[in-house]
Ligand binder design. Sequence first.
Ligand code: C2E
Ligand code: CA
Ligand code: CA
Length: 711
Amino acid sequence: MAVVQMVNHARRQVLLVVDDRQENLEAMEALLEQGDWQLRCVASGEAALQCLLEEDVGLVLLDVQMPHMDGFEVARLMRGNPRTRFTPIIFVSAIAQTEDAVLKGYSTGAVDFMLKPFDTRVLRHKICSLLEHARHRQELRALTEQLEQARAFSTSILEHAGEGILVVGEDGGIQFANPAIAQMLRYPVEALLGRSLVDCLPPEMGAQGWHESAFHQHWRAQTVYRLHETSLVTCDGQHVPVALSCAPLPSPRQAMVLVIQDMTVVHCLHTQLEALAITDPLTGLLNRRGFHQALANALARTERQGQQRMAVLYLDLDGFKRINDSLGHEAGDQLLRQVGEQLRASLRPYDVLARIGGDEFTALLDDLDHPEDAARVAEKLMEHLAVRHSVEGLDFTVGASVGIACFPECGRTVEGLLRAADMAMYEAKRAGRQQYRFFTQEMNGRARSRLMLEESLRRAIEQDEFRLVFQPQVYLDSGRLRGFEALLRWQHSQAGEIGPGVFIPLLEETRLINRLGAWIFRKGAEQLACMQQQFGNDIILSLNVSPVQFAMPNLAQLLREAIEAHGLQPAQLEVEITESALMQDIDAAREQLGQLRRLGVLIAIDDFGTGYSSLAYLRHFELDTLKIDRLFIANMLDSPRDAAVVSTIIDLGRHLGLEVIAEGVETQAQREWLVAHQCAIMQGFLVAPGLPIERALALPAQLDWNVLTDV
Ligand code: C2E
Ligand code: CA
Ligand code: CA
């Protein structure tokens, strides 16, 4: 049957009236037309079910007696359908109200009965209150659905979160764990629940018990606790590096929520970086930092386990710089790699080996019985290195100097041991190459004063405390000025003037000479320009070049710059080189001399006669001048041997076409002897000591020998 009326009021609930009799329906319609609902009237059970399917019905007024399908049947079908199971039904019946019918009505799902004739006011009340119930139930259902959705949403967040999430009760028991944390700790989720968080903490964090733990303390203070670098313990006892935060949950929950991030990957990267930071990329050995760490660890270990003997070896290659400079860095690198491999092979597998600087290697020998064992290792290392190396088709040997510092005698700290070994190495170098030395306290004292002097030298360079003085060189026959030798002086703020004998060796050791050397060349050239104005173009200035300076690859370049800066002739400059500098490496010396020669400066051998094989090597080199060492001059009048040396050098010079300068001439007698032996040039206190530039410029261009007096 058709729906009789539709109340177009969407919000209001639907009230369905079912009666097979038209007059009843009309009466009901008239009765219920006014009300806070939408009225639907149908004339059969089937139509009622249809309506119930199509609409959300709030209440059904159901006629009991209907043909085909009576009210009971409609009620039964309604209760069978989830959609209408709880829709309230009021049975309306006109028949004699037998108790049976009422009971049957209730049992099929009626919530109430109205028997005709009824009081319409009562009916409206019932309708109102039942619709109200129905509405409440509907709201409740909607809320439940929303709640269910919200819950599913949060659950899905927790389930899928990449971070581990734990809820831990005030007592330390785990109340909730998401799959991420379960996976991180390798437990099934259920196994985590109820477990104490302390079980998952590393010992140092959980040792004092839960209530003393930082977690609980922060919870009590209601503050967030963050740990950027910690770990948790997995079910099989492994440590997982994590970052975590623990925040109190609002009361009344006596709990906290932990969010945990797995830092394993970050940690791995970190470890890799660390490893890179402590290795030397060239040799694959440890670098300085790595060695420091290893030594620090070893020292800490001996601290714990009682003292063991250890030794630090400091090894420096002899003459590496020369190889590097002459063959290039590529070859130098190759050599260093070979040396690293050889050293590695000569040590025990558990000895620590590092390259801590250019050609400096260190080794830590652990667990030695006697200090002599370290000496044996040092010997072995030097021996192994002494075999031929082949780099870029060239064969050569490298030597090494080794310093040894023993623990605990020579130091108990990383720095102390390294410093001691370094000092000992330095002593080994001084003693000649290819040696080893143990550190001694005496070295310490020497090193300390050296250190202080070195420091003040550094300052002196910065504060411009150096100056040059000029000692004249004079032709013995005519008294004409040949030129000057530039001599270095240190004007010390407290100690006054200090001679080069004291500080030149130190400048050499510390390589500060290279810095100062460049200054000397510049300054010398500048003052030579003044001398040239005063004395003419053939005045010569001699500059001393120490062995270290002579090994500088850019020596010729520095000189050229100085010469060009002042528009000088190269032949106005003379470099004085000692025999020992030439003899260190004949090939390198020849190469360096070749460069100087091409530049056009004069070359003099200083202190000639004091070195070894003096005569033998002369033919190797192209030279201009020989300077007879002043000790021979000082002794020649008394010692026939020294006199013989001096006259032989004079003869040699003449034969080779070299100028010969006698140094350190102090007396007229010496001068006369030299004149008699046809020595060409002299230099010495008899004429003048090193003079400040103004006094040097004031000298006459030609000397009168008669006015000179002995010193
Ligand atoms: P040297 O090259 O043999 O220099 C000559 C030294 O003998 C100078 O000592 C000079 O003052 C001293 N002398 C000169 N005439 C006489 C004399 O008649 N009697 C005596 N007893 N001594 C005389 P100084 O200036 O102390 O220099 C010592 C050494 O220091 C020099 O020996 C030289 O090897 C080095 N030196 C000096 N200046 C420089 C420099 O500018 N650069 C470098 N690399 N070394 C320098
Ligand atoms: Ca000299
Ligand atoms: Ca000399």
